[in-house]
Design a protein around this ligand. Structure first.
Ligand code: FAD
Ligand code: NAI
Length: 472
């Protein structure tokens, strides 16, 4: 039986980072991953690289260019005769980026001497792993095992995914022609990002959201501004609305929904189901392997990502915490470092969140609602993008930056940005929070002019009512 210091099951952003970090520190490391790409070949990178973060951003970018041609270029004096979108070219560009990046992970594995086997891994007892693929079955022994099996979409009753008419995230990334009418169940991150893609390309998009609050996890001041903006862009978002059934009839999808007791029946060309994801443990755990699951079906881990079995660790979407690539990767590095006797650390208070709509929504730390609920006294500083010179020069005046700081100590407690490039603007707030910095620290750093980052600078100054380019 082959023996390894570390066996990682799952080669997504959690697993592949753990494997590379373990190998960097001299461990003989194996990574097993079963994901197969569109060509039927094993493909590293997990959900994120194959059917998640990267392909969705590729389509968001293509559709943004098309949208700008249709709606924004005229203000610059640029005109076109009837711009056209060739969907097949857009999808092929996305597939090429996916191939390049997933192939890049395989190269990184080679460079770091991580052994990679395409196939399904099952944890047996005593840290043995059974690997099954087209070539057969084998069992390997690991000194340490890292479970990084990721997540899969949640399904809802009476709505069966076929990925031709009723789609999950993978299907929605591969639509071959712009649907005239697209229904989206779930007004969360995937619903808004992929709904935006097809809305920009010309689909009439209706979003069915069960909650009565739009983006309940976001700061509500920012979420309300975002809701108004998305509505103007054409996203038809219906809150407190539950889909009761979806039926494929004559090449269309009939959707029955209910809002406050009132039933509606509508016909869509395609329906995207994006109602959240759940930990993937299918085929991962032998009955006697000793791993405990939580009530929600996640692999049960302590703060250090240790499972109920000694030397077996679990990370990423398969365990508690936000389902984000960068959270999984941080856990992957931290666990590899703990195995090496170091002090790997993940700070859950400073995980950045981003929704890649246009403008982007990005935030870190606490919202105003959370601070109120916790009874923490806080100060608010804000700055509108419409008063930022660079934003106006870019024709991106929508949005604002909001900074929340402790009323007494001025420590930065949260930052909430709705603006062009918000994801990148957020980084300095994350750094400030990580260093336990305060709003004044942010406002005493020189920011280049003219930049969008000056809006963060001014919002931080506004905390102490000394913003220069707005009335305080
Ligand atoms: P995964 O990426 O799911 O990887 C797990 C891997 O393990 C998969 O390849 C799976 O096939 C494999 N596996 C499972 N079981 C076994 C087994 N028994 N044997 C072998 N292999 C197995 N996050 C962000 O941070 N930013 C974004 O912009 C973003 N965009 C997203 C867009 C979409 C449409 C979706 C669906 C998700 C997005 N996410 C984003 C979330 C992100 O993709 C996940 O948080 C991330 O991929 C989780 O990483 P992971 O390694 O834990 O799991
Ligand atoms: P989500 O949790 O973001 O949103 C799901 C939405 O569906 C919620 O608003 C929920 O209230 C609603 N919902 C649930 N059941 C419903 C029902 N029966 N009818 C109508 N609405 C219903 O989940 P989503 O969008 O599926 O994304 C899954 C995860 O993937 C996210 O939680 C996120 O962690 C990750 N992701 C991250 C991205 C990013 O970082 N930019 C992009 C896309 C996904």
């Amino acid at each position: 039986m082959e023996k390894y210091d570390v066996v990682v099951i799952g080669g997504g952003p959690a697993g592949y980072v753990a494997a590379i970090r373990a190998a960097q520190m001299g461990f003989n490391t194996l990574c097993v991953d079963r994901f197969k790409g569109k060509d039927g070949k094993y493909s590293l990178g997990g959900t994120c690289l194959n059917v998640g973060c990267i392909p969705s951003k590729a389509l968001l970018d293509s559709s943004k260019h098309f949208d700008h041609m249709n709606h924004s270029y005229d203000v610059h004096g640029i005109s076109f005769d009837n711009p056209k979108m060739d969907v097949a070219t857009m999808i092929a560009r996305k597939d090429k980026i996916v191939k390049q990046l997933t192939g890049g992970i395989a190269q990184l594995f080679k460079a770091n001497k991580v052994k990679y086997i395409g196939g399904s891994g099952k944890l047996l007892k005593d840290r043995q792993v059974e690997i099954n693929n087209d070539e057969g079955s084998q069992v390997v022994q690991g000194e340490h095992i890292i479970l990084a099996s990721g997540s899969v979409p949640i399904s809802i009753p009476n709505v069966e995914i076929d990925n031709e008419y009723i789609l999950d995230n993978a299907g929605a990334l591969d639509i071959n022609a712009v649907p005239e009418k697209l229904g989206v169940i779930g007004g969360g991150v995937i619903g808004l990002e992929l709904g935006s893609v097809w809305n920009r390309l010309g689909s009439k998009v209706k979003v069915f959201e069960a909650m009565d609050t739009f983006l309940a996890a976001c700061d509500q001041g920012i979420a309300k501004m975002a809701a108004r903006t998305f509505k103007k862009q054409g996203l038809d978002i219906h809150l407190s609305t539950f889909v009761k059934s979806a039926t494929i009839k004559d090449g269309k999808v009939e959707v029955v929904s209910e809002t406050n007791g009132e039933k509606t029946t509508e016909i869509f060309d395609k329906l995207l189901v994006a109602v959240g994801r759940k930990a993937e443990t299918d085929g991962l755990l032998a009955d006697d392997c000793g791993i405990k699951l939580t009530e929600r079906g996640q692999i049960d881990v302590n703060d250090d990502c240790q499972t109920s079995v000694p030397n077996v660790w679990a990370i990423g979407d398969a365990v508690r915490g936000p389902m984000l690539a960068h959270k999984g990767s941080e856990e992957g590095s931290a666990v590899a470092e703990r195995i090496a006797g170091q002090h790997g650390h993940v700070d859950f208070n400073t995980v950045p969140f981003v929704i890649y709509t246009e403008p982007e929504l990005a935030w870190v730390g606490k919202t105003e609602e959370q601070l109120k609920e916790a009874g923490i006294d806080y100060k608010v500083g804000s700055f509108p993008m419409a008063a930022n010179g660079r934003a106006l020069a870019m024709n991106e005046p929508t949005g604002m930056v909001k900074i929340l700081a402790d009323a007494e100590t001025d420590e930065l407690l949260g930052a909430h940005i709705f603006s062009a490039n918000a994801a990148d603007l957020l980084s300095e707030c994350v750094v400030t929070m990580e260093f336990k910095g305060c709003a004044e620290d942010l406002s005493r750093i020189i920011h280049a002019h003219p930049t969008l980052s000056e809006a963060v600078f001014e919002a931080a100054m506004n905390v102490d009512k000394r913003a220069i380019h707005k009335a305080n």
